[in-house]
Design a protein around this ligand. Sequence first.
Ligand SMILES: [Zn+2]
Length: 831
Amino acid sequence: MPALQRTEAAVRARLLDVRSYSVDLDLTRGGTLYRSTTVIRFGCAEPGRDSFVDVDPSALLRAELNGRPLDPAALDGNRLALPGLAAENELVVEADMAYSRTSEGLHRFTDPADGAAYVYASCGPDLAPKMFACFDQPDLKAPFTFTVTAPADWTVIGNGTSARLGEGRWEISPVGPVSTYLVTVVGGPLHAVRAEHDGIPLGLYARRSLAAELDREAEELFAVTRASLDRLHGLFEERYPFGSYDQAFVPEFNWGAMENPGCVVFRDELLFRSAPTEPQREMRAMVVCHEMAHMWFGDLVTMTWWDDLWLNESFAEMLGYRIAADSTRFTGAWTSFSVKRKGWGYDADQRGSTHPVAATAMGSVAEALVNFDGISYAKGASVLRQLVHWLGDKAFFAGLNAYFARHRWGNAELADFLAALGEAGGRDVSAWADAWLRTSGVDTLRVEVETGADGTTLASAVLVNDGTRPHRVRVGVYDTADGGAVVLRERLDADVAAGGRTPLPELAGAARPALLLPNDGDLTWALVRLDAHSAATAAASLSRIEDELTRAVLWEHARDLVRAGELPAAGYLDLVAAHLPAETAVTIVEAVLRFAADHVVARYLDPAARPDALRRLGGTARTLLDRPGADESLRIAALRGVVATACDPERLAVLDAWLDGRDLPGGVPFDNDLRWSALLQLAAGGAAGEDRIAAELAADPSDTGEQGAARARAALPSPDAKERAWRELFTPDLLSNHLLAATADGFWRSGSEELRQGYVDRYFAQVPSAGERGGAVARALGQVLFPSGSARPGTVRAAEECLARTDLTPTLRRLVSDELDDLRRALTHRG
Ligand SMILES: [Zn+2]
C-alpha cells in the first residue's frame, strides 16, 4: 500500500471531523509486542460515505464501527476501510503492535548499562499508525487521552499531564487538539528533574544510567528553557499553549529532537557523556529554542499538508538560532549557522534534487519525508532572516501574531502566512514570496571594482547580483592595520535587484580596501565571489580578520570554491595549514577540520595522497592543542582532530599510549568518546584487533560503547571482518538504527583497494533492498554507507544504473541521487 496521497487526505479532511482519541497501551506483554486499543470519536459531514483509518499492526485483533464488527482480514496494507459512516461515529481498533528498533513508531531500548528497558514514540511524519489506529494527516487534529499499563517501576509521560492511577497504571490527560504526527509517549524507569517558570511546570527526563549527566546538565538546560520561553512570550502575543513543558532525552533517536507538544524528545547524546566543546553546548541550546518555537510553528498552527513543511522547520530553525544568539549565553550562534549549517543548504540547493523552499506538488507523504533537508531547514531559515532584514522586526512579528491569532489550534498554508504578513507590513510580500519561496537555486553576489590611476584608490565599486532574486545586504569594507590585522572600516547597506548592479558611491575616490565582502554579516542566502584583490587578502590574512562571523563567511566561501572545483583540494588544505592554527572560534575549528578531513582528503584526494594530507592536518590540530592559552573547548576540538587524522604507525603509537593512560596531553579529559575514536583509528590502521575492542567494551558497557565497538569492528581491515560487517548491515531486523549507522560509518575506513572495489560492486546491487526497511535504515545504508571515497567513473556509472531502477523508495532514491551528485564533484578533483 503506497503512502497517503495528498488527494486522499484532502477528501478525508473535508469528510471527517475528529472529536477525540482514547488510546490504551499495554506495555507489559514482553519485549516484542504490545497491545494497542484505540477509540476514535468522529463526525462525518456526509453520512453514508465510506472512508478509511490508518493502522499498521503486527496483528489486527478487533475493529468495530458504531458497535458493528469489521473483518480484521479486510486490512489492506496499513488501511482499514470504514464503510457507511454515520453523522457521529465511534471506532474501536484493538491490535498487537511491534516495538521498533529503528526509532519509527514505539521504539523499545534495553540499556546495556543496567538492563533496564525504555520506550518512546516517534510518530512523525507518518509513523503514528505503528502505535495506534488514526486518521494520520496533519489537518485532522484532535485531543488525545492515553492510558498505559506499564511495569511497576516505570514513569510514563506524554503530551499532556501524566498521572499515576495505581501501580503500573498511568493516564495522560488531553491537550490540544494536536496532529497525529506530534503524539508521543515516553516510558521506563526514568530519572526526572523538575522546575517551574512563569507558571509553567518544567520537567527533564532521561534513563536511569544517565541520571548523573541529567543532574549535571539540568541547570544549563533550564536556563536556556527559561530564557527561550521568556523571549517567545515577548515576541508572540499567544502564550505557550500546552500546559506543562517536558523535555525527555531518549536513546537511539534518529533526529536531533522532535517538537511533540508538551513533551519534546531529544537524542540523549545531547546529555554529553564525554566532555563537550562550547559549540556542542551552543548547538544543544539552539535545538532547545528550535523545538520550543515549534510549539507555535507546527503545534499550535500546523501546516495543512507536507508541502508547507517549511512553515514548521524554516521558522523553528531561524528562531532557534536567533533566540540562542539574542537571549542565551551563546551569542555566537549565527557564526555556527554560517560555518556549519548553511553549507548543508547550499549543497542541497546546487544538487539535481533541489526544490523551492515552499515545495509544491508533493503528492504523497513519502515524498515529504525526503524534504527534511538542507533546503527546509538551513535555506528556509536564511531566507526568513533575509525577509526580517528587508521587512523589519516590527512588521515581521506583527504578521506572525496575526497568523497565530487567525489559525490557532488549526492548520494553515503559505497563502495564509503571506496574507497575515502582507496586512501587517504593507509591503508586497507576494512578489517577494514568488522570488524567494517558489524558486530553487542560489544566487551569486560579487563586487566589481575599478582602481584609480594611482592604484591606491577606487574609481568605482558596484555590487553585482548574477541571480534571480532581490537582496538587501551589507557590504563589508576592510583595511589592513599596522601589524597586519584586517579591521572593519564600515559596512554599507545595499539593495540589489535580480540581475542588478548597485553602485557603491561611498567607495568612489576612497582608499582601496584590503577586502570587500558582499553579504558581510551573512544576512542573505547567496554565494559570493570576491574581486582579485579581496581574494588575495582573504588567502593571506583570513585568520587576521577581527570578526569571527566574517571569518565564518569566508571559510564557507572557501568550502564553496573547492566544491565548485574553483579551488584545488591542495589549495584548501594550504588555507587550513596557514590559518587554522591561529583561529580562535572553536566552531570554525570544528567545521574546517571536519570538512578538510571528511571531504577534501577522504573524497577529493587520490588514496595515495591521503596519508600525507592527514599527517599535515593532524599537525595543524596538534598546533592548536599545544597553543598557549587555549581553553578546554578548543583543546577538546583540537584533540579530536589529532585523533581522527592519525593513520601512520608513529601517530597510532601515540594514540596507543594515550589509551594506556601514558603521556596524555594535559588539560583535556581523555574520556569515553575520545577513547573510542582512538581505538577506531587503531582498528582501521591494523594496530588493534577484536581482543582490544572487546576489552574496551567491557570497560564501557554502555550503548555508546556498543556503537563504538560496532564502528571499530567494521573498520578492521581483514576480509573476514568486512564480510561480517557487510552481512550485519544487510540482514533485516538484526541491528538497531544506531548500531547500523555505526557499522556503516566504520566500514570504508580500511581494506585493500581490491577488497573495497568488490564491495562497491556489491553495494549497488544490494542497496535497493534497504528502502523497504524504512527511512532510518535507508539513511544508514543509502547515505552513511555510500562509497563516497571511491570517486571513479565506474562508481558513477554503477550509481547511475542503480538510479535507473524503478524499485527504489523515494527516500532511498533521493539519498543515492544526492550522493551521486557529490561523487561527480569529487571526480572533477580526481581527474
Ligand atoms: Zn524542527
